[in-house]
Design a protein around this ligand. Structure first.
Ligand code: 7UC
Ligand code: FE
Length: 285
């Protein structure tokens, strides 16, 4: 296995000369170290079956099962399916997931440390994932913004991103919202988190899931959120990855925000995600 590091200040190491079906425990350790250092690793020319893909994830850590079953692959619940492709005339997974800045499972007490994506069908026009390195964002923050987050906790809510399922037919929006709220109540995490291994700090906010800083009034939060997200999401902070067939991406969800591209022509698009718990807490407490 060969590791090609990114240039200074960039994320994403490319790993070549490795078949993901034949990864040893030693390889897995090096892959994890590379993720902690470069936040994103890219494998090219891979074609594992779903079983082999899950087996690889198990070498990296503990695959997660997503909390909503409508996202699951029918045979493999560990696979979170983002797809608009009918299979045997049936809908599988959910289309158009994650097209907003976020970090996976931020609205849970135990967010996902690592995330892996394996596209199955790539639209011709574009299939991209955009990333923002929140360790760099934290380091570059002006004092005015730092004051909002340093020593504060942020409120995380998943309910606004809930996607209507076939089971919701005939239900009132208020009742759907109440049920979702019960399943994923608002929680808080530190607005700045410290990496459990490297100790590097990162800003832990996303416009997708973060609805405020604890202790601020509604008006104060509106102003704070607008300023923080304008700073975070500026063009200079965004790194784009365009998928080629055979690519598999694996990244550290502690340090990166991500967002999926849109699909302007509505072309067939399908990918398998696996969320992975490593052996470390999500952040130092
Ligand atoms: O459909 C989606 O955009 C999925 C989102 C609500 N959750 C992804 C996650 O793991 O946090
Ligand atoms: Fe995501």
């Amino acid at each position: 296995m060969e590791i090609h590091s990114p240039s200074q200040g960039r994320i994403g190491a490319e790993i070549s000369q490795l078949d993901l079906r034949a990864v040893t425990a030693q390889d897995a350790t090096r892959i994890r170290q590379t993720i902690y250092e470069h936040k994103l690793v890219i494998f090219h020319g891979q074609s594992p079956s779903p079983e082999e893909y899950i087996a690889f994830a198990r070498k990296i850590g503990r695959p997660q099962v997503y909390f909503q079953h409508n996202y699951h692959h029918p045979q493999h619940p560990e696979l979170f399916v983002s797809s608009n492709v009918l299979e045997d005339g049936k809908k599988v997974g959910v289309a158009g997931t994650g097209r907003y800045w976020h970090t996976d499972y931020q609205f849970f007490q135990e967010p996902l440390p690592l995330v892996m994506v394996y596209p199955q069908v790539l639209p011709k026009a574009k299939r991209e994932t955009y990333f923002i390195d929140m360790q760099r964002v934290y380091e570059a923050m002006p004092a005015e913004l730092r004051a909002y987050v340093e020593g504060h906790r942020a409120i995380q809510e998943g309910k606004w991103r809930y996607k209507i399922t076939p089971e919701d037919v005939d239900k009132a929006l208020v009742d759907i919202l109440a049920a979702v709220e019960k399943q994923v109540p608002a929680i808080t995490h530190p607005a700045v988190i410290e990496h459990p291994l490297t100790g590097r700090k990162s800003l832990y906010l996303s416009s997708g899931f973060t609805t405020g800083i604890e202790g601020l009034t509604h008006e104060e939060n509106r102003a704070a959120m607008a300023k923080l997200f304008a700073f975070i999401e500026q063009e200079a902070h965004v790194q784009t990855y365009s998928y080629q067939p055979g690519d598999i991406l694996l990244w550290e969800n502690r340090a990166l925000l991500h967002k999926a591209s849109d699909n302007p022509l509505g072309e067939p698009s399908k990918s398998y995600r696996i969320g992975i718990y490593d052996e470390l807490p999500f952040y130092k407490s």
